[in-house]
Design a protein around this ligand. Structure first.
Ligand code: SAM
Length: 208
């Protein structure tokens, strides 16, 4: 047993449902997929295994998450999963295209799962701006997580979750789909699909 591997229970539970959504957009595609905030690495591994024609580039800011991603990869050894890289998505420039990082442009997808409510809103803004630059013409940006709709929580449990996030950090919080859509539009991206997911979560798919 490699003790650097982290096991996030929620990630284990939601991997197949997210994979099912992604398969509508990724099946049969080639190219590169950048993941922001990869956490334990379980999603990157799962998706790399399910979409063998694509190359996955996992990233995170936490060193122990990067170590976990690489530890899972050492154990399983997928040829289309690249080593984890340190990337703070709040940074103005991500350094893509530099040695060992994903290509600067033409990405097939950027995926970001359960991150933008556990970080300042500036991260979502920055991500939407950078995605418009890094995605290929038919690439897409994928968000997964809990969201408000029209400024309102969709469930009581999400409202309580929002309060608990804000208690940890006032800059965190469940985001509003319409706010995501607004910033996306300012960056030339369109919110194409909103998909209801298990456990009161949503998938958002944005394209040019
Ligand atoms: C709730 S975890 C989700 C991890 C993974 N996506 C999943 O669903 O299992 C949030 C992740 O976002 C990462 N994160 C937070 N702020 C970040 C930032 N500024 N840039 C990149 N990643 C960040 C954290 O380190 C953590 O791995």
């Amino acid at each position: 047993m490699n003790d650097l591997r982290l096991d996030f229970p929620a990630t284990g539970r939601n991997s197949q449902a997210i994979c099912d959504v992604l398969s509508s957009y990724l099946t049969g595609k080639t190219g590169d997929v950048l993941e922001i905030g990869s956490g334990s690495g379980q999603h990157a591994l799962y998706f790399a295994n399910n979409f063998p024609l694509l190359t996955f580039w996992p990233t995170d800011i936490e060193p122990h998450h990067l170590a976990s991603i690489d530890a899972w990869q050492t154990e399983i050894g997928l040829t289309n999963l690249r080593p984890a890289k340190s990337l703070d998505a709040l940074r103005a420039h991500w350094g893509l295209g530099l040695k060992g990082m994903a290509p600067e442009t033409g990405l097939a997808a950027i995926i970001c799962i359960n991150v933008i409510h556990i970080s300042p809103w500036a991260l979502a803004e920055q991500l939407l701006q950078r995605a418009a630059h890094h995605l290929g013409a038919d690439g897409f940006l994928y968000f997964y997580g809990p969201y408000k709709r029209g400024g309102k929580h969709t469930t009581e449990s999400n409202a309580r979750f929002d309060l608990s996030l804000k208690a940890k950090d006032p800059a965190w919080g469940v985001r509003d789909i319409e706010e995501v859509e607004k910033i996306a539009a300012e960056n030339g991206l369109l919110l194409r699909h909103i998909i209801e997911m298990p456990a009161n979560n949503f998938s958002l798919v944005l394209t040019r």
